[in-house]
Structures are given as structure tokens and as C-alpha cells.
Design a protein around this ligand. Structure first.
Ligand code: IDP
Ligand code: MG
Length: 142
């Protein structure tokens, strides 16, 4: 059996604003990840600071929280074989200048900060992040 797992994904405000939600989801689906929970919402400043707590000492923290709370985002759970690693591959590097051609960040990032998508960096992070934004009843088993 392949390692079917869940990961947490956010389509960030710059990508929602540019109306590329469909393009991004199409890429996830065509590369083996299914959307198993989703909602469009604004993230509150308090929740965003908890979500990105690991970065709170970084110089860009204020700017990151400001950006992530500047407009609606699409919060999602993606499921599939090795979903955590697979999602990171599909997203591309944090810095769009270093992202491989064809990755979501190469196509849709506007800068290092406004880089179109978030994806969990481990199965443990995915569990924490999913629990922060979704209630158990909102999660589809797939
Ligand atoms: P990741 O999203 O690829 O996991 P992290 O290092 O966890 O990258 O950083 C979280 C987010 O913080 C990035 O996606 C990006 O939006 C923002 N960020 C990271 N480094 C910088 C920076 O040097 N300047 C501005 N924003 C940054
Ligand atoms: Mg990260």
C-alpha cells in the first residue's frame, strides 16, 4: 500500500486575488492530490500568529502576518500518496526565483513573501495545522 496521508494547504491572498484558484487546484489534482476539505475565509491576526509561531522571531514575521490577513485565502486539506512531500514538490521553493519551472510558485508567486501557496513541512505540522483550521466533521475520508 502506498503511504496515503493528508497535508494542509493554503492558497494565499495574492493568488486568490489573481483568480488562479482553479489553475492551482487543477495542478494538485493532475499530480495525484485530492481536495478532501476546503473553505474560503479570512484568517484572523491572532490565529495567523499561532499558525506561523515558528517564525515569530524572524524579521519578516510582521509583514507575513499582515499579508496573510490582507484578503481571503483558500484553506484546504489535500490527500494522496506521500501528500506532504508531493505537495512541497508541486509548490516549488519558497523563493520563486529558485522554484523549478512549472511549479505553482514559479507560475504564481509575486515575491518571496507573496509566494501563492503554503504547504505543511511534515506530517506532524500537517496534523497541527489541519486541527487549527478544520473541525473533525469537516474532514472527508478519502
Ligand atoms: P515555506 O512556506 O516554503 O515552508 P517558510 O520558511 O516556512 O517557507 O516561510 C513561511 C513563509 O514566510 C513563506 O512561505 C513566505 O511567505 C514567508 N517568508 C519566508 N522567508 C521570507 C523572507 O525572507 N522574506 C519575506 N517573507 C518570507
Ligand atoms: Mg514552512
Amino acid at each position: 500500500m502506498s503511504n496515503v496521508e493528508k497535508t494542509f494547504s493554503i492558497i494565499k491572498p495574492n493568488a486568490v486575488k489573481k483568480a488562479v484558484i482553479g489553475d492551482i487546484i487543477k495542478q494538485f489534482e493532475s499530480e495525484g492530490l485530492k481536495v478532501t476539505a476546503a473553505k474560503l475565509a479570512m484568517i484572523s491576526k491572532d490565529k495567523c500568529e499561532i499558525f506561523y509561531a515558528e517564525h515569530k522571531e524572524r524579521p519578516f514575521f510582521g509583514e507575513l502576518v499582515e499579508f496573510m490577513t490582507s484578503g481571503p485565502v483558500l484553506l484546504m486539506v489535500l490527500s494522496g500518496p506521500n501528500a506532504v512531500t508531493k505537495n512541497r514538490q508541486i509548490m516549488g521553493a519558497t523563493d520563486p526565483k529558485k522554484a523549478d519551472a512549472g511549479t505553482i510558485r514559479a507560475k504564481h508567486a509575486d515575491s518571496m513573501g507573496e509566494n501563492a501557496v503554503h504547504g505543511s513541512d511534515s506530517a506532524e505540522s500537517a496534523k497541527r495545522e489541519i486541527a487549527l483550521f478544520f473541525e473533525p466533521y469537516e474532514l472527508v475520508n478519502a
